[in-house]
Design a protein around this ligand. Structure first.
Ligand code: ADP
Ligand SMILES: O=C(O)[C@@H](O)C(=O)COP(=O)(O)O
Length: 425
């Protein structure tokens, strides 16, 4: 294994696994596997990039640090010389953690300084300029992320926000340096005296410059974009879309589960509802035990072949009202468990195509499904939309998953994902 990724959630893990597996034309891609949690056995020796999916974004900080260090130990035992700590392109965290504290633990273990911090993912509109994070043409704090149910993001200055999470120094590499090219950028990284340097990047070209400048870095932190230029440092000349040719095409029973309340997901739910059966999950009913796994499974069973979607997604006002009535964590835990247990039941009944929206929701579902099927790794297949690949579990009678970050995907993502899983475009 050449490069290892510690991802703080499951959708983020499949996002960066997609980047590493896709490669950048004309050179290379890495043979990539995504693992649900820290594996207990050694990796398949053909794997060059190993991506460990944790649930450390929302876990208590001590648990997040412990799991990240366990992941580091496993990845280094597989031979990785370079480690990426992958967090969200919208830097999802709170003043109390977890990004800064996990990064501190990894940097200490690896004795790394000048560690790049760069959540930029320009393909999906996330750019870093003057140390500030933008979503499209708005500052992070003015985007829909200000209303996120678990990690509302209200400060766009990455340097200031990271300093709340760590006592280590936070410097900055401005775009005026990155745009000068690889050597000036490498000099700025190597000359950094702070533990962290927030790096500006507004385009894929900037990310490729950073990637080349980071060829010798022991630890890198960022969104999936920071991985764009890294495979080139490790291998050259592999056919860029080999993974698509290898993709498994799966038809059969399908289900779409949406727990994300992000703007893009709510738009996708609305569009899907115009032509497909949908079930709006009654959240107070879930909290009272009236809406259960059986309710959801009965809905999916009754609507087979028609791309059924069950969703808890609500507007910021609805989410706030539910959280103040029942408690933020209690609602999230109930819903995540409901989706996980439903997916487990569906898979045991022979459902084969599962599409999930939302990072926490995907973590709960993917963990339940991989456990139920005894799958130790997920194979990265074709890209549905930027940052979302098809993941295959097991051989032969495969089950395929799509784990969609809340804010990713085109408006018709759900129907498109199910079609692509069957091998249609
Ligand atoms: N209607 C709702 N009210 C309150 N919380 C909700 C509601 N629907 C889902 N949630 C919770 O909000 C969180 C959404 O996070 P996540 O799944 O990561 O989505 P995203 O990718 O959009 O951030 C989950 O923990 C989910 O259980
Ligand atoms: O970097 C990103 O935006 C995604 O890979 C990601 O981390 C997704 O998180 P959620 O929005 O919570 O799904």
């Amino acid at each position: 294994m050449l490069i290892g990724v510690i991802a703080d959630d499951f959708t983020g893990a499949s996002d960066i696994a997609n980047t590493l597996a896709k490669g950048v034309q004309p050179e290379g891609l890495l043979r990539t596997a995504q693992y649900p949690g820290v594996p207990t056995a050694p990796a398949d020796p053909s794997i060059e990039a190993g991506v460990i999916s944790l649930k450390s974004r929302s876990a208590p900080v001590q648990e997040a640090v412990r799991d990240s260090l366990d992941a580091l130990v496993w990845l280094r035992a597989q031979g990785c010389k370079q480690i990426i700590f992958k967090y969200c392109s919208t830097f999802d965290s709170t003043p109390a953690g977890n990004i800064g504290l996990v990064a501190d633990a990894l940097a200490e273990a690896l004795e790394a300084t000048g560690v790049v911090v760069c959540p930029a993912f320009p393909t999906t509109g996330r750019t870093v300029y003057q140390g500030h994070l933008f979503v499209g043409d708005t500052l992070l704090s003015e985007s829909s992320m200000q209303h996120h149910p678990l990690t509302p993001m209200t400060d766009p200055d990455l340097r200031r926000f990271l300093r709340l999470q760590t006592t280590a120094g936070v410097g900055h590499i401005p775009l005026s340096i990155v745009s000068q090219g690889v050597e000036p950028t490498r000099d700025a990284i190597n000359g950094a005296t702070d533990r962290y340097v927030v790096a500006d990047a507004v385009s894929d070209a900037d990310l490729l410059t950073l990637g080349a400048a980071l060829s010798d870095a022991k630890l890198i932190t960022g969104g999936s974009g920071i991985a764009l230029g890294l495979p080139r440092n490790l291998i050259v000349g592999r056919k860029p879309d080999a993974r698509v040719a290898d993709a498994v095409h799966v038809s059969g029973p399908e289900a779409i589960l949406a727990g994300s309340c992000s703007g893009a997901t709510r738009g996708q739910v609305d569009l899907h509802a115009q032509a497909h059966p949908t079930l709006a999950i009654d959240v107070p009913g879930v909290m009272a035990g009236r809406v259960t796994v059986e309710t959801l499974v009965a809905f999916y069973d009754a609507n087979q072949g028609r791309a059924p979607l069950a969703y808890s997604s609500g507007s910021p006002d609805q989410v706030l009202a539910l959280q103040s009535r029942f408690g933020r964590e209690a609602v999230a835990e109930k819903l995540d468990n409901l989706f996980a247990d439903t997916a487990k039941t569906l898979v045991s009944k022979g459902y084969r195509r599962i599409v999930v929206a939302g990072g926490e929701t995907s973590g709960a579902v993917a963990q339940a499904v991989t456990e139920a099927l005894g799958a130790a790794a997920m194979t990265v297949g074709a890209e549905i939309d930027p940052g979302v690949p098809i993941l295959t579990l097991g051989d032969g009678e495969s089950v395929v998953l799509a784990l969609k970050s809340g804010n990713f995907g085109a408006p018709d993502f759900f129907a498109k994902a199910l079609r692509m899983m069957e091998g249609q475009s």
